[in-house]
Write a protein that binds this ligand. Structure first.
Ligand SMILES: NC(=O)c1ccc[n+]([C@@H]2O[C@H](COP(=O)([O-])OP(=O)(O)OC[C@H]3O[C@@H](n4cnc5c(N)ncnc54)[C@H](O)[C@@H]3O)[C@@H](O)[C@H]2O)c1
Length: 427
């Protein structure tokens, strides 16, 4: 390794237990104690991580300090960039680092859902590792892309040196408000989605909503479904903002330029979604608890999304609409709140119905799988309760309740004459 490539930007010494200790990376701390007895030893260990989510604008503008501040101490930046994103922003990214006098080394990575595999992770580890760019365990890797790349490259960073920090520039709405700052990094195996992974959030996530403008409406809608999810179960004010902006949200991709009233609302929508998401995820970064409102829309959909070959955003919205109906059947929310939810889904061109939701077998199988994933005891299905912006958890959902909900929901959706204004397979 040449001297220019010895990276040791943060060799901070910190006092712990009266001893000075060398910190491997400024983003992580650990501690512990050992109880000793004649029969053996018990270790009690703690791990502390720090991760920041920062709202920025013009992240690749040469005047923007956010990336330069991180990478200047290292003299270089090793980046993994989504292939499509590289096509659109590659020149701007190269110009940014050249302008800052920081060497940029890029792996351009195809990151389709089909690429969310362990072999993609292995290729990224090879690129970053001892036979590649020799990234050290305190040198943050830069990941630029959507949710597929954040899951895949994030897992590669989790595996490299057993834990290597990374910075995420979220280029899609899903990556900005959900997958990017999420602690979960994962890939699919044997057709099972997100089945293998590690808890390894980015040290820093940069959210620049102006980047969403180049996203397709189809993939942008996946993100919109996740925003709506947080609004329904956690933030009524966010729900009202979504109602105010309506279909224009899709047209503008939440990227309307300031100064304008629309820009202020778009900014507020991103901020409130992150506030809501992190408010629940932040104190539960290792999923040690199952009362997670942001699992709304994700109890049955993993079971019927692949079976019906639905696009993810539509699968989530179909479950959200179905859940709103179920909450009404259970007496948890009023019919007028349910209709507000169905109306907003339809105004945002998110599907509310698909025949797959009427198959009791598919739904009960999905419940069994989810029960196992959530600890094996109960279902922990978040449903709106009392009002929009609040939720509770259903633990046992009987076949009778499923059947009554199916009939009611089918009737409501037939009266609305369509499944949400758009084909959930193509839109
Ligand atoms: N880890 C988690 O907690 C978590 C949470 C939610 C979703 N996810 C995962 O995220 C994935 C979905 O994320 P996604 O919707 O970002 O999909 P994605 O990463 O596939 O991106 C969608 C498409 O848009 C392109 N793209 C991204 N940003 C762009 C931009 N600014 N301009 C032009 N093209 C752009 C990508 O190349 C891709 O083709 C799924 O695999 C899902 O499982 C993970």
């Amino acid at each position: 390794m040449s001297p220019a490539r010895v990276h040791n930007a943060s060799p901070s010494l910190t006092p712990a237990d009266g001893r000075e200790r060398f910190v491997t990376s400024p983003y992580y701390r650990g501690g512990g104690r050992v109880d000793e007895s004649a029969q053996g030893f018990t270790v009690h260990a703690e791990f502390h991580l720090q991760c920041e989510v920062r709202l920025v604008s013009g992240v690749f503008d040469p005047a923007s300090p956010d990336l330069a501040e991180v990478y200047r101490p290292f003299g270089r930046c090793v980046a993994i960039v989504d292939e499509h994103v590289h096509r659109v922003y590659g020149d701007a990214i190269a110009a940014y680092f050249a302008g800052c006098g920081i060497e940029l080394l890029v792996m351009v990575c195809r990151a389709l859902e089909a690429d969310k595999t362990l072999s993609t992770v292995a290729r990224i580890v090879d690129y970053l590792g001892p036979n590649g760019r020799e990234v050290t365990r305190n040198e943050p890797v830069l990941v630029i892309g959507g949710g597929v790349l954040s899951d895949t490259a994030g897992l590669a960073c989790a595996l490299l040196h057993r834990r290597t920090p990374y910075v995420m520039v979220a280029t899609s709405l899903v990556a900005a408000i959900d997958a990017g700052p999420s602690p979960r990094t994962c890939v699919n195996t044997d057709g099972l989605k997100n089945s293998v992974g590690a808890y390894h959030p980015p040290a820093l996530t940069l959210v620049d909503r102006s980047l969403f403008v180049t996203q397709s409406a189809k993939t942008f809608r996946h993100g919109l479904a996740e925003v709506l999810k947080m609004a329904i179960v956690d933030d009524e004010a966010l729900f009202t903002l979504l109602e105010e902006r309506g279909p224009d949200l899709v047209t503008s991709r939440l990227a309307s330029a300031p100064p304008s009233a629309a820009a202020a609302t778009d900014e507020a929508i991103i901020y409130r979604t992150l506030r809501s998401y992190l408010g629940h995820e932040g104190p539960n970064m290792f999923e040690t608890y199952q009362d997670r409102p942001h699992a709304f829309g994700h109890t049955w959909s993993p079971g019927f999304e692949p079976a019906a070959r639905l696009l993810h955003g539509h699968a989530v919205s179909i479950e959200m609409a179905f859940s709103a109906t179920m909450a009404t059947v259970m007496g948890w929310i009023s019919a007028s709140d349910r209709d507000r939810i169905l109306n907003l889904c339809q105004r945002l061109d998110l599907a509310i119905y698909h025949p797959v939701i009427t198959k009791v077998d598919t739904l009960t199988r999905a419940q069994q799988a989810m029960r196992a994933k959530r600890g094996g005891h109960a279902l922990w299905a978040p449903l709106p309760r009392a009002a929009i912006g609040q939720c509770d958890y259903a633990q046992d959902i009987s076949d009778e309740l499923l059947k009554e909900t199916i009939e009611t929901h089918r009737g409501l959706c037939t009266a609305r004459q369509n499944s949400g204004g758009i084909d959930p397979l193509l839109g």
